[in-house]
Design a protein around this ligand. Structure first.
Ligand code: PMP
Length: 393
């Protein structure tokens, strides 16, 4: 006899599990080269430094205790110094709010900024973790396409001039997930101007900004307007398991988020927040560590894009990543990337079909490839397998 349970809340209607998380379950086979998951390389994570910092933190029993909801004070101070450098102004500790990864900041902000039915403008293709959160909040979602310089502001302006009034515009400003592109400096300024003119919040979602290969990423959108709530994270430069993200936002937004954080989880972990503070405060060590990550990822990105272009020639158009973790590839020969996927898995390579990130544009002929967790030889082998599955090359 199958059990009948009482109903779940109506806000769950239409919510779907992330297609990518579902796909990752299929692609964890050892014989598959995984270009699908958006994971930083665990081999590059500073395990020994984390272990030593954990030991030091645990010598003080108060790290076993609850901590303040906006984050452990000394971590907020380290982050205020760090973000002051990034933003070119003195950032106050009251503007810093530590979250359980930047994903929790997205979740709490959606409750603070969005009434049901509020309009949220996202990029197309979009970061699916943001889409899930905005959908769960009952927002109306409209997408603006990306081009090689990031969010197309002409398309955003058209929507605004047609009378659309977003509560929030969400942008992944650096080394976009999944699109690979970076918002051009002039567009950052223009986007900030539009936010002030039309009275909307910008969520600048920036977990990848430190992972540039040749040239530092441009000044954050947050340097141009107080309407910007900036999100960053230790996940890609230290380790996701720390679950240390942070938000830089005007004090009233931080206070509102605090009310919700109290209900969500009371507070974060004083232990991982102290580890994060210690590693971020050791700026000489950190600079060397992040340089190594940049160098390794830069070489891998070059190897993957080089192999794709050598194998597929003018059948593809690929981004040339200047940082981050992803390459976005469009097939010009009509390849349907969702239809290709089972053959690719048989050949031993996994990727994410473009439509997993689509909001209103058709990305049937696109795919996202992640280059972070395989060395150059493995990436070349992955492209050989992909070419075999594709058959036409
Ligand atoms: N924003 C973007 C654009 C991301 O790609 C990710 C991670 N995939 C996150 C936020 C969340 O990262 P975390 O919660 O680990 O900080």
């Amino acid at each position: 006899m199958s059990a009948t349970f009482p109903p779940l809340a109506r806000r769950l209607d239409g919510l779907q599990s992330s297609a990518i998380r579902d796909l990752l379950k299929l692609t964890s086979r050892a014989d598959i080269i995984g270009l699908a998951g958006g994971l930083p390389d665990a081999e590059l994570m500073p395990r020994d430094r984390i272990a030593a910092a954990a030991d030091a933190a645990l010598s003080d029993r108060s790290r076993l205790q609850y901590t303040e909801s906006p984050g452990w004070g000394p971590l907020r101070e380290v982050l205020a110094v760090r973000e002051s450098g990034r933003l070119g102004r003195a950032v106050a500790v009251e503007e810093i709010f530590v979250t359980h990864g930047s994903q929790q900041a997205l979740s709490l902000l959606s409750e603070v900024l969005l009434d049901p039915g509020a309009l949220v403008i996202v990029e197309d293709p979009a970061y699916v973790g943001a889409l899930q959160v905005f959908r769960a909040a009952g927002a109306r979602i409209v997408a603006v396409p990306l081009d090689s310089e990031g969010m197309r502001l002409d398309a955003l302006r058209t929507l605004l001039e047609a009378g659309e009034r977003p509560a929030v515009v969400h942008t992944v400003s650096n080394f976009h997930n999944p699109g690979g592109v970076t918002l051009a400096p002039q567009r950052r300024r223009e986007l900030a101007n539009l936010a002030e003119r039309y009275g909307f919040w910008i969520i600048e979602d920036d977990p990848y900004g430190e992972l540039w290969f040749e040239r530092p990423s441009p000044a954050p959108v947050a340097t141009y307007s107080p309407n910007v709530i900036r999100l960053s994270s230790a996940s890609k430069i230290l380790a996701p398991t720390l679950r240390a993200g942070w938000m830089i936002a005007p004090a009233p937004v931080c206070r509102a988020v605090e009310l919700l954080k109290q209900g969500a989880d009371l507070c974060g972990s004083a232990l991982t927040q102290q580890i994060t503070a210690e590693l971020l405060a050791d700026t000489d060590w950190l600079a060397g560590h992040v340089d190594t990550v940049r160098e390794v990822y830069g070489a891998r990105a070059g190897a993957l894009v080089g192999a794709m272009r050598a194998r597929f020639g003018d059948r593809i158009v690929s981004t040339d990543p200047a940082g981050g973790m992803f390459v976005w590839v469009d097939f010009t020969d009509g390849t349907d990337t969702a239809a290709l996927l089972p053959r690719a898995l048989d050949a031993g390579v996994a990727y994410v079909p473009g439509n997993a990130f689509a909001v209103s544009t058709d990305y049937t002929r696109s795919m996202r490839l992640c280059f972070t967790t395989s060395d150059a030889a493995t990436l070349t082998e992955a492209v050989d397998r992909l070419a075999k599955a594709h058959g036409g090359v």
